[in-house]
Design a protein around this ligand. Structure first.
Ligand code: FES
Ligand SMILES: [Fe+2]
Length: 445
């Protein structure tokens, strides 16, 4: 890749090409749990922009420029008052739209406040995640992803900070072959102990552990379909006995992936730039059967992350917990059993912004190539003012983007596509919420 193209794809300032594309979509900016305290005011940095998120007395969220428009101090130190956020320097108060409501130090009859409105972005809260729309077009409806349609009881959300550019974090998520190496375990765990962990289940309807399939069948056949939401990545592993293992993962444009977590859960995960050298992953774990045990999931993740920044405890400072003995006997990486740490190492060790002039993409990187093409096309479209962007739907059309299907399944090698389609239909028809993809909900549902 040429150096200028690498820059084009990775930079996310408001004026940058990729930054303009990302801003056309709803992106996660915080977890609801971050606002669950006595004072619901939170500094946010996203795509180089310093913002402040707050919850007013009517329970509405506001996302404003963090610099006070009066003299530029930090509004995240502000007071929640008068149904808005009040700057502690001279008391100017702003509502969720950024409109100034009061300037208590100005002369009594001054109307100057009416002409002061600071930058604000629309926000919405879905199943534990706060999303913002930072674009300059009319805001659109988010697509009907499973993680949005499922009831709150069936979704658990968490996040973590990685010290690298958002694009390399995303690209690891659409690289299906790495699971056979980076996430290889030399023995299979007891599947009854797999709750909240990735890859440890048996493949649906069989007693074949996913870890065994990944370990023993490491030359998958990968197909990439372009879809109305991004890419569907179909990874087939021929098990040499007339059956095939299918693993379906997705790229949801522009910066999310959707992958199987276990037979009953999927992960939809956004990779959101803080700036060009740091990003957050935001994951929505969605259960298709039982309500999610959020306490257990949260405790598992808090053991590995320190708040309030959600920084992983294993990181480059302690060499990701690398253990030579473990690498010999237990895992491919020697970096523990949490696959999230493996991915973090892969992303961060490339350098904060991977120098793609030195890379050599191979056959199994076809989803990465397809994604870069899609991002380049979207850059051109946004520059040309084209309204038809991948994954942007509104009104009734929102129903055309559902799911997406993300699972592991085993079936006859004769018809590979029916393996995952049948597996998905079965899971959805047995789901404890209305997960059916194949009909349109009415407004009352
Ligand atoms: S700087 Fe905020 S009110 Fe003066
Ligand atoms: Fe991974």
């Amino acid at each position: 890749m040429r150096e200028d193209r690498n820059k084009l794809l990775t930079e996310t300032t408001p004026r940058s090409s990729a930054g303009k594309v990302l801003r056309q979509y709803w992106v996660p900016v915080a977890l609801t749990e971050e606002l669950d305290n006595q004072r619901a005011v939170l500094p946010i940095k996203i795509m180089h922009e310093e913002l402040v998120l707050f919850r007013d007395k009517n329970n509405n969220l506001g996302l404003l420029d963090r610099q006070c428009p009066h003299r530029g101090v930090d509004l995240s130190y502000g007071r929640l008052e008068n149904n808005g956020l009040r700057c502690v320097f001279h008391g100017w108060c702003f509502d969720k739209s950024g409109q100034c409501l009061e300037q208590p130090g100005e002369p009594e009859n001054s109307k100057l406040y009416q002409r002061i409105k600071t930058k604000s972005y629309p926000v919405m809260e879905i199943n534990g995640v706060v999303f913002a729309y930072m674009g300059d077009r009319e805001e659109t409806t988010p697509p009907q992803l499973d993680c949005f349609r499922a009831p709150d009881s069936h979704v658990f959300a968490f996040k973590g900070k990685w010290e690298c550019n958002w694009l390399q974090a995303l690209e690891v998520g659409i690289d299906p072959v790495h699971a056979s190496f980076l996430h290889r375990f030399f023995t299979d765990e007891d599947p009854s102990d797999q709750y909240g962990k990735q890859f440890r289940d048996n493949t649906a309807g069989t007693n074949i552990p996913i870890t065994k399939v990944l370990r023993e069948f490491h030359r998958p056949d990968i197909h990439v379909d372009e879809t109305n939401y991004g890419l569907r990545i179909k990874t087939f592993r021929n098990l040499n006995n007339g059956s095939t293992h299918a693993r379906i993962t997705n790229q949801i444009f522009p910066c999310a992936i959707s992958i199987p977590m276990s037979n009953s859960m999927t992960i939809t995960q956004w990779h959101v730039p803080v700036d060009d050298e740091n990003c957050y992953w935001y994951a929505m774990f969605t259960s298709f059967d039982e309500p999610i045990d959020k306490e257990k999931m949260r405790a598992q993740r808090l053991a590995d992350h320190s708040l309030p920044e959600y920084l992983p405890k294993n990181n480059k400072k302690n060499r990701y917990g690398f253990d030579r003995k473990e690498q010999e006997t237990q895992t491919y990486t020697g970096m523990g059993m949490d696959i999230n740490v493996h991915d973090q190492w892969a992303c961060e060790s490339m350098g904060t912004i991977q120098d793609r002039t030195n890379e050599h993409l191979a056959t199994t990187d076809k989803a990465i190539s397809a994604y870069r093409r899609m991002l380049l096309q979207s850059i051109t479209k946004v520059e040309d003012g084209d309204q038809e962007l991948i994954g942007i739907v509104s009104g009734d059309d929102a129903y055309t983007i559902r799911g997406p299907i993300a699972l592991d399944a085993i079936g006859s090698s004769e018809d590979q596509d029916s393996i995952w389609l049948a597996g998905d239909q079965k899971r959805r028809s047995q789901s404890s919420w209305n997960a059916n993809l194949y009909y349109k909900e009415t407004e009352n549902d």
